[in-house]
Design a protein around this ligand. Structure first.
Ligand code: PDD
Length: 304
């Protein structure tokens, strides 16, 4: 039985790897299998992490909140002064071309724009941006993560000062997420100047004295699309909430802690730095918000 399960999960990994390798990609004007997409080692995305990106969830073949993702991409490009390589309608065509080639269903579409290929020099080159995109299987929270919640650890925020830009230079985030994993957690919640700001790749919500709180937008955190969707649902359903800074001490006494992202949706953190959050189970407010988010996704899928 156990060996059957192990075999199936090994097989699932091979299938996922295969799908990831041969899944559809788009590079500088043409679609091709991901395994055939090649970029020069002189690409500034490779040499400097001089690039911006988006991760867009696709439900039932429809990109969720595509306009908001494209708006954020446009802002990241403007802030990093990478020339805008495509109009919104071109982006929409690229995304729908990938979804079609991937066979629809639930997917993740990844878009990346680098400053282009040029001899290595920190100064901006005179070149055109590289546009890369791919569609692959969606990674969703597991049944166990939804049922039991997940563990997180707090860590000092070692990232740069413009965390509002969705930049590919993610070494700080990568080190922090890995530290969380090596400590048996799924996420690191980052502390800057005594305040909890967000996760290594997620936004943060807490429930404190019955009020849902999330830190305000600013240079300390990524303006997450899922964060915006959750806030929209809280407003629409008249659930008490505030956007304000969260002192580290309040994070540790919160009744509920959640993390949100396009791939993690809304996940309850039930263990923080080894201690239970609330009663150590996903809380009642999380259950409500999780259902509202599911319904919003359902309405989106049904609107096609
Ligand atoms: N990460 N904060 C950070 C630092 C992130 O990297 C992300 C998303 C979020 C949540 O944003 P959104 O709700 O728009 O996904 C917050 C993506 C999923 C990633 O890098 O894979």
């Amino acid at each position: 039985m156990a060996s059957g399960r192990r075999h199936r999960s090994a097989l699932a990994r091979v299938v996922a790897q295969f799908a990831a390798d041969v899944g559809p990609a788009y590079l500088d004007g043409r679609y091709l299998p991901l395994s055939e997409a090649c970029v020069s080692p002189l690409d500034r995305g490779f040499l400097f992490g001089d690039a911006v990106y988006e991760v867009i969830p696709v439900y039932a073949g429809m990109a969720f909140r595509l306009e908001a993702h494209l708006r954020r991409l446009g802002r990241s490009l403007a802030q990093t002064r990478i020339p805008l390589p495509c109009s919104d309608s071109e982006w929409c065509r690229i995304v729908s071309g990938l979804i079609e080639r991937a066979g629809g269903g639930d997917l993740t579409v990844y878009l990346q724009v680098t400053r282009g290929v040029a001899p290595r020099d920190h100064a901006f080159p005179d070149t055109t941006p590289t546009v890369f995109a791919m569609a692959g299987p969606m990674s969703q929270p597991s049944e166990k993560e939804l049922r039991d919640g997940v563990a997180a650890v707090t860590r000092p925020d070692i990232r740069w000062r413009r965390c509002d830009i969705k930049a590919n230079s993610l070494i700080g985030n990568v080190l922090l997420r890995q530290e969380a994993i090596e400590n048996g957690a799924v996420e690191a919640i980052l502390i800057r100047e005594g305040f909890a700001v967000e996760g290594a790749a997620t936004n943060l919500f807490i429930v404190s004295n019955g009020v849902i709180v999330t830190p305000p937008k600013g240079v300390d955190l990524l303006p997450g699309i899922t964060r915006d969707v959750v806030l929209e649902l809280l407003r629409r359903n008249e659930l008490d909430h505030e956007e304000r800074r969260i002192p580290e001490a309040e994070l540790h006494t919160a009744g509920e802690v959640w993390i949100t992202s396009s791939t993690k949706e809304v996940l309850a953190v039930t263990t923080l730095d080894g201690a239970p959050v609330g009663d150590g189970r996903p809380g009642s407010v999380w259950h409500t918000v999780r259902s509202l988010l599911r319904e919003a996704r359902g309405r989106h899928a049904a609107s096609r």
